[in-house]
Design a protein. Sequence first.
Length: 167
Amino acid sequence: MQLEQIQYTIIKSNIKNLYIQIKDGRVIVKAPKHFLETQIDEIVRKKQIWIKKNLQKDMQKQERKEKYTKQEFIQIVEENVKDLIKLTKLKPNKVRVKNIQYAWGSCSNNKNITINEKLICYTKQAIRYVILHELCHLQYMNHSKQFWKLVEMYMPDYKNIKKELKQ
């Protein structure tokens, strides 16, 4: 379908609400089975500014270039993990680097930390922030005020660094 230069794919399923998703430079509209194409067109038309803005953000993310070799990136992660464990006294059972779709990092209930290999396109400061963020989850498995105070204690400017990851 085409609507004022916005091409999109419709996926109808047994859902209650319509969702617009931007993924890999494509606009995907997930709609309830009973929605008519005219209804979907109207909603997409109303959301046109949001769609264009988010398509542009998605394109910028795709254009990011790797700043380090894979070996350099692993070394940056390992050095920061070692340094931050020493600084915070928060020790995970295991730290691994892999491609994850849903986050920059994760911390499991088993105290295992995963760092997203896509951080290879970001600054050393951003990589360090993600590692610190996940280490702080060893103490607080949530995003409570105490959690953010702990992050801030070790990285007072974390809010500015965090912005880089949202671009």
